[in-house]
Design a protein around this ligand. Structure first.
Ligand code: FES
Ligand SMILES: [Fe+2]
Length: 334
């Protein structure tokens, strides 16, 4: 059901502090907190004693004390104290998870600990690069994570649901180039000689015609990086107004996901008004996606299981991504 041997965004760095926070990731309850030295800790949010969540408990130094009968666990998940007796039962431990904190996100490894490879945490450096300015949002989507992957890999929906912000009628008139490199799937669309999208045009202080592009790269199962921008006609992309949209998509359960979103730009970085405009405009974009995908989830839940999607050429990235996900899920089952 889930690819567990993977890094998922568990929270923003700012959400993890000395007050334990609960998350559910791939149906696993997790409690997040920080040690006194500031290191992020992730433990199973279910006490080994009788199953009470640890997140309503309290921190005692670097340990967490269950709020029900006081069983206390250290950062490794070992029980270090049972208030009512001296002997600690052998099976009294909770699972601990590898975590990595980078560029404002806390990543969690939900699978086998020995397979956690820190070098596989995706590149998100734009979020902390002083040459770039980043706007962030996060919200729960009442839909399965795969619908968000599909949504980002097929941006023709922008023409229909983001008409006031990033949509334009010309998007679906341009085809995509899809590439698969191992597990990584990218879908690239070049739109030569078009106007800039309404949300960015003012920020970019542009008028006239440009080459617009967006390329979604899916790093399965939980991260999609969208390289987007506009450039003078015929000029290389790196010379243009560039945007990196970082999308951490974390399943909660079969019908719910967390969406962690960061939008980094390399233009107008000292224009505070532009950042403010983007904060509002991008919230609108995300709300539009959320509404659409929640409707799609409703549509799919009532669809007979033997009815399949009717995919078209614009879904080539979606189709490839689904194949990779199927392969990863099958590998995990073994
Ligand atoms: S359930 Fe946690 S101490 Fe009893
Ligand atoms: Fe969208």
């Amino acid at each position: 059901m889930y690819v567990l041997n993977a890094w998922y965004v568990a929270a923003w760095s700012t959400e993890v502090n000395r007050e334990p926070a609960r998350r559910v990731i791939c149906e696993i309850p997790v409690v997040l907190y920080r040690t006194q030295a500031g290191a992020a800790v992730a433990l199973e949010d279910r006490c080994a004693h009788r199953g009470y969540p640890l997140s309503p408990g309290r921190l005692v130094g670097d340990d967490i004390e269950c709020g029900y009968h006081g069983f206390t666990f250290d950062c490794s998940g070992a029980c270090v104290r049972v208030p009512a007796q001296d002997i600690i039962p052998k099976q009294a431990f909770v699972r601990s998870f590898p975590v990595v904190e980078k560029d404002g996100w806390i990543w969690i490894w939900t699978g086998q600990k020995e397979l956690a490879d820190v070098s596989k945490v995706p590149d998100t450096h734009w979020m902390s690069d002083p040459e770039w300015v980043t706007v962030t949002h996060s919200m729960p989507f009442a839909c399965r994570a795969e619908l968000i992957h599909d949504n980002l890999l097929d941006l023709t929906h922008e023409s229909f649901i983001h008409t006031s912000t990033v949509g334009d009628d010309y998007i679906y008139k341009h085809g995509i180039t899809v590439e698969v490199d191992g597990d990584v799937v990218s879908a690239d669309r070049l739109m030569p000689g078009v106007v800039a999208p309404p949300l960015y045009a003012r920020t970019m202080a542009t008028d006239g015609l440009y080459d617009r592009f967006h390329c979604t790269v899916f790093y399965p199962p939980g991260y999609l990086l969208l390289h987007s921008g506009i450039t003078e006609q015929g000029k290389p992309r790196e010379e243009g107004y560039l945007i990196k949209v970082l999308n951490g998509i974390t399943p909660i359960d079969a019908h719910n996901s967390w969406y962690y979103y960061a939008f980094s730009r390399n233009f107008g970085t000292d224009q505070h008004w532009a950042t403010e405009e983007l904060i509002t405009g991008l919230a609108t974009v995300l709300e539009e996606d959320k509404a659409a995908l929640e409707w799609q989830e409703i549509g799919l839940q009532s669809r007979p299981y033997d009815v399949r999607d009717s995919l078209i050429a614009q879904d080539a990235g979606v189709a490839k991504a689904r194949k990779v996900m199927e392969r990863l899920l099958a590998a995990e089952k073994q």
